[in-house]
Design a protein around this ligand. Sequence first.
Ligand code: COA
Length: 262
Amino acid sequence: MTHGYDFLEITKDGHIATVTLNRPDNLNALSSGLMKEIEQVSRSFLEDEASRVVVFRGAGKHFSAGADLKEQAVPSNLVMQRRTSGLGGRMIKAILDIPQVTIASVHGAALGGGACIPTACDFRVAADDAFCGYPEVNLGINLQWLSLPLCVRLIGPSRAKRMIMLGDRESAKTLFEWGFFDLIVPVDQLQEATTRMAERYAAQPPIPTQMIKQSVNAVSNAIDQAIMHMDTDQFLLTTGTEDRREGNRAFFEKREPEFKGN
Ligand code: COA
């Protein structure tokens, strides 16, 4: 086990590294501290010669409840707001840039940002209790963090619009049928199934395997950077709206929001 992270646990076993999101008391909600560490550990794999596969998983009941809705600190000036709201995008970019094969091992909830992390991985193994969704829209904000095109590519434009516009939670079974999950297993077999998949990729020659990953990503993500740089600005625009405040209030008051379009 390696130390030095407050919100992650990192284990390395032979050619397989496992990154565990480790804020179980907060449902692994993505606080800025956790996101910075995910970005940092993802960049660290550039220097890691031994690992050939990186697994992302969550400690506790859920993979991740997404952006930490209790974290309210926002810089007062717009220059720094634009920069800090780019943190999620930088984290996802760092995951996409990991040279090794990446696998998300998902159980329980993977919502919002918690769904964005698996979409940035090369493969997704789900426990049968897993469910994913993008609740951003019901909080009055856009789906950001470079993740809209990642979802479109996995499940196609029509299902992506449905999932991102309605913010519904979809079951592991549905997401498997849609091609979002590559494999679905009983929850008590998640770890074993993830390890089996990881071992297969770890046994492949790392040079061509990593070249293939890089090339497939280059082809499929080619225009993402050209258009998705603006998703943080969309976020800043939507966070200033009354609908955003209503979405947040409704979540904590456990009621349906009433949106007015302003
Ligand atoms: N950020 C901060 N706190 C969160 C959170 C989040 N994203 N999601 C849940 N919590 C908090 C709850 O408010 C609750 O806090 P409390 O104990 O102080 O009341 C606690 O975590 C437990 O949540 P609960 O809903 O009781 O757990 P659950 O296991 O029944 O359900 C979820 C888990 C993830 C399905 C549910 O909490 C949920 O839908 N969360 C919101 C997801 C979301 O909208 N994320 C933001 C995406 S932009």
